[in-house]
Design a binder for this molecule. Structure first.
Ligand SMILES: *[C@@H]1O[C@H](CO)[C@@H](O)[C@H](O)[C@H]1NC(C)=O
Ligand SMILES: *[C@@H]1O[C@H](CO)[C@@H](O)[C@H](O)[C@H]1NC(C)=O
Ligand SMILES: *[C@@H]1O[C@H](CO)[C@@H](O)[C@H](O)[C@H]1NC(C)=O
Ligand SMILES: *[C@@H]1O[C@H](CO)[C@@H](O)[C@H](O)[C@H]1NC(C)=O
Ligand SMILES: *[C@@H]1O[C@H](CO)[C@@H](O)[C@H](O)[C@H]1NC(C)=O
Ligand SMILES: *[C@@H]1O[C@H](CO)[C@@H](O)[C@H](O)[C@H]1NC(C)=O
Ligand SMILES: *[C@@H]1O[C@H](CO)[C@@H](O)[C@H](O)[C@H]1NC(C)=O
Ligand SMILES: *[C@@H]1O[C@H](CO)[C@@H](O)[C@H](O)[C@H]1NC(C)=O
Ligand SMILES: *[C@@H]1O[C@H](CO)[C@@H](O)[C@H](O)[C@H]1NC(C)=O
Ligand SMILES: *[C@@H]1O[C@H](CO)[C@@H](O)[C@H](O)[C@H]1NC(C)=O
Ligand SMILES: *[C@@H]1O[C@H](CO)[C@@H](O)[C@H](O)[C@H]1NC(C)=O
Ligand SMILES: *[C@@H]1O[C@H](CO)[C@@H](O)[C@H](O)[C@H]1NC(C)=O
Length: 328
């Protein structure tokens, strides 16, 4: 009976989401071919390095942001020291290209005065950009009191406009460090409606206490960031049996999908639930409607290695929230 109620809730949730699809529309550029030659890559000490596109993001209307980087070989050793793993040194300039729908390109080259570890490429790229509402770009970066000490790494974000003006700044919190090694573990998930901001989720804590923290932010028309809601999802002492991801839901809220598994020594009792996958639905700026749903449970020993969720188009004018679980 209990299981019936749970699946009923899930189906109700899906129908609710699908019924809102009709509000989502898209625009297309007239261009079918795009060729652009950079004009401002000769302004540094690495003029002969090839530029790489590291991230693309698009505004609601299709205007595209391109984040490009170039290697600076002289910084490999410094970066390897900072990240405590083999790392690539990068040119210390923040380069964004805005590709308009008519093919016009704005070249943005900025010195955002970021700490040196932001220009290192190891496990991931420390600086990440997101297209908010036009003309704003969210820049997520590290702020380090001591670049050589990862326990001082804090995660910050700035909202900048296309002229490189910083409109606002926010400190998210300490970046996750385990055994003195920096383990970037935060993610930003933009709302389906770019005007409604984003959800940030991050692994928090230290050897004695782990949790997942989330924060919901909104960005106003002048580029000012404000936190609307925040909370934590506790994990067990070890913290490592849990894995999670977040996504925007098409009703303007978000979902955090997480798995929790316990290793059960008694392998003979096949009725013990060993793995569970939950979804926390977080509504936009209101705690009414927030709820946790059990999506899936397993009664064999599993270790979840990853969760993948996204919005998928399943036909003309239709979008679904889509979940996929990977287990070992
Ligand atoms: C792109 O533009 C450059 C410079 O205008 C030109 O040399 C090159 O042949 C073009 N590439 C393609 C594929 O059209
Ligand atoms: C970079 O190239 C542009 C266009 O060719 C030129 O106008 C500019 O002076 C060059 N800048 C430097 C620092 O060489
Ligand atoms: C820096 O790392 C890159 C990629 O591994 C390598 O191609 C380059 O030669 C390195 N530079 C130096 C000075 O070691
Ligand atoms: C392309 O569109 C942008 C933004 O709408 C505009 O500023 C620019 O002048 C346009 N360029 C051309 C060549 O039409
Ligand atoms: C880094 O943090 C300090 C305060 O701890 C702040 O004053 C500074 O503006 C931050 N730097 C950046 C680039 O955000
Ligand atoms: C910065 O961190 C390194 C490594 O932990 C340490 O050796 C150094 O003393 C620290 N510097 C300062 C100014 O605290
Ligand atoms: C670990 O985190 C807890 C909770 O935030 C804090 O009380 C404790 O002091 C931290 N321990 C260390 C060693 O940083
Ligand atoms: C930006 O938001 C903060 C926090 O909500 C508020 O204190 C501040 O006055 C706002 N600034 C502007 C220019 O709106
Ligand atoms: C929510 O954010 C506020 C302000 O940053 C902070 O003081 C509080 O501890 C946070 N609460 C949780 C549950 O993370
Ligand atoms: C994960 O499982 C452990 C052991 O069953 C339990 O104590 C803990 O509360 C669970 N955490 C979540 C978030 O469900
Ligand atoms: C599981 O069953 C096997 C065979 O029936 C038995 O040898 C073993 O001791 C049992 N293990 C546990 C943990 O009960
Ligand atoms: C899960 O991971 C633990 C610790 O790494 C390991 O002992 C166990 O065998 C794994 N379980 C499965 C089902 O792979």
């Amino acid at each position: 009976m209990k299981l019936f109620n749970l699946s009923y809730n899930l189906i109700a949730q899906c129908l609710f989401l699908i019924s809102l699809c009709a509000f989502i529309t898209s625009t297309k550029s007239e261009l079918t071919f795009f060729n652009y030659t950079e004009t401002s890559l000769n302004d540094t000490n690495v003029p002969n390095q090839t530029p790489f596109v590291i991230k693309l993001d698009t505004y609601d209307d299709g205007t595209t942001l391109v984040h490009i980087i170039r290697q600076d070989n002289n910084l490999n050793a410094t970066c390897t020291n900072y990240l405590r793993m083999p790392a690539l040194g990068l040119e210390q300039i923040f380069r964004i290209r805005v590709i308009q729908l008519n093919g016009t390109v704005n070249e943005i080259n900025l010195d955002l005065k970021l700490d040196p570890p932001n220009y290192c490429y190891g496990k991931t790229m420390p600086v990440r950009i997101y297209a908010l509402q036009k003309p704003f770009i969210l820049v997520n970066y590290l702020n380090a009191t001591n670049s050589s000490d990862p326990t001082t790494y804090e995660e910050w974000a700035s909202v900048i406009d296309w002229n490189g003006n910083i409109k606002s700044k926010v400190r998210f919190g300490l970046s996750f460090v385990k055994f003195n090694i920096w383990h970037p573990s935060s993610g930003i998930h933009l709302n389906v409606n770019n005007k409604l901001g984003f959800l940030r989720i991050a692994f928090e804590g230290n050897a004695s206490s782990y949790s997942y923290g989330w924060q919901q932010y909104i960005v106003d028309n002048s580029g000012n960031l404000t936190m609307l809601k925040n909370a934590t999802i506790a994990t067990d002492q070890a913290g490592l049996s849990i894995t999670s991801t977040a996504m925007a839901t098409i009703d303007g809220g978000y979902a955090i999908i997480y798995a929790n598994s316990t290793i059960e020594a008694n392998i003979n009792n096949s009725f013990i639930i060993r793995g569970k996958v939950y979804a926390d639905f977080i509504s936009y700026n209101s705690s009414i409607g927030d709820r946790t749903i059990l999506l899936y449970s397993l009664n064999k020993n599993v270790n979840f290695t990853g969760i993948y969720c996204d919005l998928v188009a399943t036909g003309v004018g239709s979008l679904h929230n889509h979940y996929r679980f990977y287990q070992l």
